[in-house]
Design a protein around this ligand. Structure first.
Ligand code: MG
Length: 197
């Protein structure tokens, strides 16, 4: 970012103001390591979205359209999680640098195994969110800390949602009429209004 700081200094000189006054003008500028970490988390959220879309395709190929509906909503939510971070970067004068998304698997086993994989993935995302929050604290980025509170709460919900479905699948045995009834139940899932904000 040497070029960026050169432009920054040049602009200060042109304005005939001191470096501290210049810093006040440029208050929106985020630290490079914070920007990097946010871009990294955008990638992780899009990877989550891609994974859930792959899972939706898989369960729908097994004629479990309710499970597919649930996972498609999850795909949409993850896309919103990524976009929320992207919007935050832009509002703070940061640079959006999208990264490659890894291809997800095409098969995921039984419905129980699908949701065990969802839970495992969300636990991984929770660890990442906590790490990003820790960075926001150590870098004294207060705005990012506030934003991360939303993600921390969201992860509690994500893990709980996956756990509840796992428990139900264990209870019903994951096949026959009871699996059909759970599929009907999952079809009733509504989009999360909060995630759209
Ligand atoms: Mg997410």
């Amino acid at each position: 970012m040497g070029g960026g700081s050169f432009v920054f200094l040049l602009r200060c000189e042109l304005l005939f103001i001191t470096q501290s006054q210049c810093s006040l003008i440029n208050y929106k500028k985020m630290k490079n390591n914070v920007q990097f970490a946010i871009n990294d988390q955008i990638q992780a959220e899009f990877e989550s979205a891609y994974l859930y879309l792959a899972m939706a395709g898989y369960v729908e190929s097994l004629n479990l359209s309710g499970f597919g509906h649930w996972l498609r909503l999850q795909w949409q939510e993850e896309t919103m999680h990524a976009t929320k971070l992207l919007d935050f970067l832009l509002k703070r004068g940061g640079k959006v640098e999208l990264k490659a998304i890894a291809a997800p698997p095409a098969s995921f086993g039984t419905p129980l195994q699908v949701f065990e994989a969802v839970l495992q993935h969300e636990q991984h995302i929770t660890q990442r969110i906590h790490k990003l929050y820790s960075l926001a604290v150590s870098e004294k980025d207060f705005a990012l800390q506030t934003l991360m509170h939303w993600y921390i709460d969201e992860q509690v919900e994500e893990e709980d949602n996956a756990s509840q479905i796992i428990e139900k699948l264990k209870l019903i045995g994951g096949s026959g009429p009871s699996l059909y009834l759970l599929d009907v139940e999952l079809k009733n899932r509504q989009p999360e209004a909060e995630a759209a904000k």
